[in-house]
Design a protein. Structure first.
Length: 156
């Protein structure tokens, strides 16, 4: 397998995201970590900030490239020549949703999806929970990379 896309909002990137990046980089010649751009959704971090954070945390992986995309993910994969979408799964609920999306994506363009189960120490982490806990004054240092943690504290 040569090229894969790991899509997400990454608002903010978490230790779970970093784990998937590391594992995908070991499985593919090239991994594009693609932050989705959707102008209708309100994010804590703008796209430039998310790209900067992803670039920092993915720096140790020479075969990982950071990018953004708008529109259909499968069309982005086609433009990039990527035949696989990588998705991390935390729970059965993630699987139920992602399986249907994977089947739809494959039917539309032939792009396959590879599911990577999240490492158990990251299974409960989500960007939404990290933001909520941080906004309420909770300590999220163990859930995000240090560079992301410092940016999150400055933002809030």
């Amino acid at each position: 397998m040569s090229k894969a896309v790991f899509p997400g909002t990454f608002d903010p990137p978490t230790n779970g995201h970093l784990d998937i990046i590391a594992r995908a980089s070991a499985a593919f010649a090239e991994v594009i970590v693609a932050a989705g751009v959707n102008q209708s959704k309100q994010r804590l971090f703008d796209v430039e900030e998310r790209i900067a954070m992803l670039t920092e945390i993915a720096a140790p992986y020479g075969n990982v490239r950071i990018a953004t995309f708008e529109g259909l993910l499968v069309e982005y994969c086609r433009r990039e020549g990527a035949g696989v979408i990588v998705k991390g799964l935390r729970s059965a609920a993630d699987y139920d949703y992602e399986l249907q999306m994977a089947q739809l994506n494959h039917a539309m363009t032939g792009v396959d999806t590879m599911f990577l189960p999240t490492a158990s120490e990251n299974a409960f982490i989500s960007s939404s929970w990290v933001k909520e806990i941080a906004k309420l004054g909770g300590d999220v240092a163990g859930f995000v990379p240090p560079s992301v943690h410092s940016r999150l504290l400055k933002k809030l």
